[in-house]
Design a protein around this ligand. Structure first.
Ligand code: M6R
Length: 589
């Protein structure tokens, strides 16, 4: 949620800074802005809409030595130039960009002598810096004693235009240096082509950049020593190449991503630490995530129960954090699933589990993320950078990691050597085997239908949940998901002539049950599309998956549905990479 870039150095164009900001557009794209030094003052340019609108306003190629830039996903105050970052204090001395939420901003507002310049929580911090007469890094850090909430903040001061001031708590922030020039960013993706190494901030850490040097501090102004982190090669993947959209590119990259997943698990033997002795400590496994990662969690819990016999469940992180966590104790293993590893609700859930003495595993695509850093164990997801808001390759790779994890535990418990890597190799070779033209026709048939319904049972039901989420988020279709057995308990009343019913029927033990439920809907006018591994079914609109292993179906049956959502989005003229009101990484509660 929101992207931040800061620059301090001998001089770069604003286009350079904005080009770095563009790499963060996945984090928010409802408005953007840049503040920079000009004639010994701070000037700024802001625009509503995506970053291209800001680019259009920057015409000259004059160099600036100090700049902060921001792409916004609105939390407080609607998208407008007034609410767009950077925000300045009244006299213009301080200008700041912020990612996160200042939880006590109302309280700060009441203390301030001057009203702030926007409806945002951020402005209160800019104004507080001015009213507390902050000049030095020590003053800056002192002001943060009055600030509560999550923040990654980069600030510039008009009386010190050769300095940058940085604060971080619960929102990601990184900084890289190259020959005395500095870039600060909310994702290391911005450093590609600028630096090979970077520093990462922990919570309640601060930094000051001046005279080509950076100093890091804790909240008591003790200077900190920090280790450089090497930039991952996979960041190079963040270009669209021949694809028009990242979403399509990421769907098509799934075979490669799965191969990388297998290679990593084989080469690093990452599962070895989850041995018999380890697993015997637990009598319950709880999977936690949000959105697509919650759907992966549901699949994970089913895999564990079926393959290991250990009790398991999946919880939505934002629900778990307000529940009585009766099962959170040292006998519960928690697995937190998150593509970004920065989802606020998931991080809060992990904190609660830890407070109750539970062991926590992070299953994440971002190994430098807060979730990975805070976990006791990490299960890597090797999808590579996922830029489109809709999760596709990360979901399938999460499922593959969960499958290998469950199979590995089963091997430990039963003392056997089942080769699960081969299964994922099979998924990799089959995942794109669907008929794109057929999906295209189905997309035409359903694109104007308001209320399609996705049904299935057990693992197939989870595929229905994920498929309907994809259609909602990138095609603005009010898709519903239902367990097939529940239709006759109420939902059938909504079936009308032509209601699309997308039926997942890949599991032998429940296929007939699901198809029967679909027949009841079709008898009342529904239009059926079926995803199955039974090629002999002889229905119209059949998508057949030619693999005989029900555990692999959640990975194989979702790919055609991701493609369907993409096609419907395109047919409706929507940009699937930047659906309205959403952002990739939800770093606020
Ligand atoms: O980064 P995370 O996996 O923790 O994100 C969780 C959800 O916000 C995310 O999966 C969201 O539902 C996706 N946009 C779905 O495609």
């Amino acid at each position: 949620m929101c992207g931040i870039v800061g620059y301090l150095g001998k001089g770069r164009t604003r286009q350079f800074v904005v080009s770095r900001l563009k790499k963060l557009e996945y984090r928010g794209y409802d408005s953007s802005g840049i503040a920079f030094n000009k004639d010994d003052k701070i000037d700024n340019v802001k625009a509503v809409g995506n970053i291209a609108n800001l680019e259009n306003l920057i015409t000259d190629e004059n160099e600036v030595q100090c700049a902060i830039a921001h792409t916004r996903w609105a939390t407080h105050g609607k998208p407008s130039v007034k609410n767009c970052h950077p925000h300045s204090s009244q006299s213009g001395v301080w200008s700041i960009v912020h990612n996160g939420i200042i939880e006590n901003y109302q309280e700060i507002k009441e203390k301030l002598k001057t009203p702030t310049d926007s409806d945002t929580d951020t402005s209160t911090v800019a104004e507080l810096l001015e009213e507390r007469n902050a000049k030095t890094i020590g003053d800056f850090v002192e002001v943060f004693k009055e600030v509560q909430g999550s923040y990654a903040i980069v600030a510039m001061n008009s009386n010190a235009l050769d300095e940058l001031f940085i604060a971080k708590n619960r929102s990601p922030l990184y900084v890289a240096e190259n020959k005395g020039e500095y870039l600060v960013a909310s994702d290391p993706i911005c450093f590609v082509g600028f630096a090979k190494y970077y520093y990462s901030f922990n919570n309640y850490e601060y930094a000051h950049i001046k005279n080509g040097k950076i100093k890091f501090f804790d909240a008591y102004m003790n200077e900190l020593k920090k280790e450089l982190v090497e930039l991952d090669d996979c960041f190079e993947e963040t270009q669209k190449f021949e694809y028009e959209h990242f979403m399509l590119k990421e769907i098509m990259e799934q075979p490669e991503a799965l191969k990388r997943q297998v290679k990593t698990y084989r080469d690093t033997n990452v599962l070895a630490k989850f041995n018999k002795e380890f697993i015997e400590k637990f009598d319950y496994i709880s999977f936690i995530g949000c959105g697509t990662a919650y759907h992966a969690s549901m699949v994970g819990a089913r895999y564990i129960e079926r393959l290991t016999g250990i009790r398991a469940s999946a919880e939505i992180a934002s629900e778990f954090i307000y529940k009585e966590p009766v099962f959170a104790n040292e006998k519960t293993l928690f697995v937190f699933v998150s593509q970004s590893g920065e989802t606020a609700d998931t991080l809060m859930a992990m904190n609660i589990a830890k407070e109750h003495g539970a062991t926590c595993v992070a299953l994440t695509n971002v190994l430098y993320s807060s979730l990975a850093k805070q976990a006791d164990y990490v299960l890597p997801v090797c999808a590579g950078p996922e830029i489109a808001v809709a999760s596709t390759k990360a979901y399938v790779c999460q499922l593959s990691a969960l499958y290998m994890f469950a199979r590995h535990l089963n091997n430990q418990i039963e003392d056997k050597q089942y080769n699960y890597l081969k299964d994922i190799e099979l998924v990799s070779s089959k995942i794109l085997d669907f008929d794109q033209e057929k999906i295209n026709h189905i997309a035409d048939a359903i694109k104007d239908e308001m209320n399609p319904i996705f049904i299935g049972k057990d693992l197939d039901y989870i595929a229905a949940c994920e498929a309907s989420l994809k259609l909602k988020e990138v095609a603005y279709v009010n898709a519903t998901n239902y367990p097939s057995g529940e239709l006759k308990h109420g939902f059938l009343a909504l079936i009308e002539d032509g209601t699309p019913i997308i039926v997942f029927a890949t599991e032998d033990k429940v296929r007939t049950k699901t198809l029967n439920a679909a027949h009841e809907a079709v008898s009342r006018g529904a239009f059926q599309i079926t995803i199955t591994n039974d090629g002999g079914l002889g229905y119209d609109n059949l998508i057949v998956i030619d693999v005989d292993n029900e555990y692999l179906m959640p990975m194989l049956e979702i790919a055609p549905m991701q493609y369907l959502a993409y096609e419907v989005s395109i047919k409706k003229g929507i940009n699937p990479d930047q659906p309205r009101n959403l952002a990739k990484s939800v770093t606020v509660e």
